[in-house]
Design a protein around this ligand. Structure first.
Ligand SMILES: *Cc1c(COP(=O)(O)O)cnc(C)c1O
Length: 360
């Protein structure tokens, strides 16, 4: 069996131990005689799976009691609507746009109320994060919205905006559980799990109790109401049960790795290997501003479309796949989430060095 180093932005690599455990339990989960896929979501076994998963993510992120954890469907994209529907009491919200994902969220929010653009880095093709000290929060804003790690452009916030007491809402899809985060800095934190946690199909929403309203915007579908999902313990309807089970295995894996402090250390080490190479390379160049560089997604280019294409084409023979950049940036992108081993990053850098030698 040949496993590849998969640098995809998402769905992305999962820890091999997790895949092996899922394989071992595929036909008979814990003596139940069936797969988790075949199980009633109302069964005792699944009840334990989802309760344990919730407790484990609470432990990992030290989530306070006054925050609810929801396992939902519809991807991060459905929450672009779910956030304004649930939170836009005054029909005003402030958005900072630092890439395609926050731009999409900002556009979606315009369908439901007055979405203000506080700042944008589109003028620099989203190669940086706007200066959060220069923003002015709207006095009647229901929340302030950011995408904490912009997956396509490879930037992240090093400092959160001071929201002047307004709830901060953050899309953390591509940095979820990559390092410790202080939940109390946020009103809502959410993300699709297919980047750094599990298989596509599960969205995790962490929401503070006082933001769970019984009367969201009137047309909000019941399934999208945080209040209904809290009441149903994420099981207002059939949840993405198998996906939640895999997320639960990943939470256990993260705990066994030493938790999020340990992951942060490993992720910073991996990113440094790649950035150190990029910073001295005469051929390859990172596209994000140095101060704002993500430790999860690393876009880079050679400056020549032909060489970029050749680098991507020849990567497979080095066991490296899905290294092509997003079409809006071009070039290459290495997504180096939790499950990417250091050896994978070392293999990439070795290939880059060899390629540079051959083409300069
Ligand atoms: C991938 C991604 C999304 C979209 O996720 P879906 O689950 O496909 O809706 C949104 N935000 C960020 C930051 C992402 O990386």
């Amino acid at each position: 069996m040949a496993r590849v180093y998969n640098f995809a932005a998402g769905p992305a690599m999962l820890p091999e131990e997790v895949l092996r455990q899922a394989a071992a339990e595929m036909l008979d989960y814990n003596g139940s005689g069936m797969s988790v896929m075949e199980m009633s979501h109302r069964s005792k076994e699944f009840g334990e799976i989802i309760a344990t998963a919730e407790q484990d993510i609470r432990d990992l992120l030290s989530i306070p009691e006054n925050y609810q954890v929801l396992f939902l469907q519809g991807g991060a994209t459905l929450q672009f609507a779910g956030i304004p529907m649930n939170l836009m009491r005054n029909k005003v919200a402030d958005y900072i746009v630092s890439g395609s994902w926050s731009k999409k969220a900002y556009k979606e929010a315009q369908l439901y109320g007055d979405a203000h653009l506080l700042a944008s880095s589109e003028d620099g093709n989203f190669s940086y994060v706007p200066d959060v000290d220069a923003i002015e929060i709207s006095p009647d804003a229901d929340y302030v919205y950011i995408c904490q790690n912009e997956t396509i452009y490879g930037t992240r916030y090093n400092k959160l905006p001071d929201t002047k007491g307004k709830p901060l809402v953050a899309d953390v899809s591509s940095c979820f559980l990559s390092e410790p985060m202080n939940i109390e800095d946020y009103g809502v934190m959410y993300g699709g799990v297919q980047k750094n946690i599990g298989p596509a199909g599960v969205t995790i929403v962490i929401v503070r109790d006082d933001l769970i309203y019984e009367d969201p915007l009137p047309f909000t579908p019941t399934l999208m109401r945080y209040s209904a999902q809290v009441k149903g313990k994420s099981m207002h309807n059939t949840p993405p049960a198998y996906g939640i089970y895999i997320c639960g295995l990943v939470f256990k894996w993260l705990k066994a790795q030493g938790g999020l402090e340990a992951m942060k250390k490993r992720n910073e080490e991996k990113a440094a290997i790649l950035y150190d190479f990029l910073d001295q390379s005469k051929l390859f160049k990172g596209t994000a501003r140095k101060e704002d560089r993500s430790i999860m997604n690393v876009p880079f280019v050679t400056g020549s479309d032909d060489l970029d294409a050749l680098f991507v084409a020849e990567a497979k023979s080095h066991n490296i796949v899905s290294i092509k950049g997003h079409r809006s940036v071009g070039g290459m992108r290495a997504s180096i989430y939790n499950a990417m081993p250091k050896e994978g990053v070392e293999a990439l850098v070795a290939y880059m060095a060899e390629f540079e030698k051959d083409h300069s």
